[in-house]
Design a protein around this ligand. Sequence first.
Ligand code: NI
Length: 253
Amino acid sequence: MYFDSHAHYDDRRFDDDRHEALLSLAENGISNITNIGSDIKTSKKSVALAEKYDFIYAAVGVHPHEVKDMQDADLLEIANLSKHKKVVAIGEIGLDYYYDHSPREAQRYWFKKQMKLAYDLKLPVVIHSRDATEDTIKICKESKIHGGIIHCFSGSVETAEIYLDLGYHISFAGPVTFKNSKSLPEVAKIVPEDRLLIETDCPYMAPEPHRGKRNCSVYVKYVAEKIADLRGVSAEHIAKITSDNAKKLFNIK
Ligand code: NI
């Protein structure tokens, strides 16, 4: 059974069939999901999904795209939401210099603030970093953590090694299956067993052979199969270790 460590079932692309999609997961090999918030509204929706479904856990936080209007009151709201017993992480937070939907200074400011909040709350962090490796590493080095995930990892072996040294888990999504992915197959071979996670980031990032379509947690098996193939182990083994790692990091009994 697979643990999809990063999904967005609050997304409107699931509005027509969310309940059916979620109910069909168990029979398709999915045991657990962490649904990730990206602003206050979707963080609340993540908590609501976790309340409704036993097998769903929630992360709450404000994504770099959305921090342009963030206020201190929002940070308080995140802290309040995090008190719910099924909130297992702060995220997704980080830096995105590819889209630059928020000014970079605001991105760095609220990333640091949310890193500090997670540490104070004794929760791990879920980090989004795109075209911002240098600044993400700098802030990660300055911040103390109770564990963390570099979500949908897309960097080099050298970058992965820096995050591993800092105590982070590396999570792979659809891109590791893409035919044009250059460094990711190499990274997938070197991440230690106890730091490896898999995710879909659904409805985004569908893996091969479903690239371009709406993604769902069932497709996490393609990510696992690709990593298993690269590492010369079985997909069942990848399912077991990534599921154990997710439960340990998210402190799920
Ligand atoms: Ni995401």
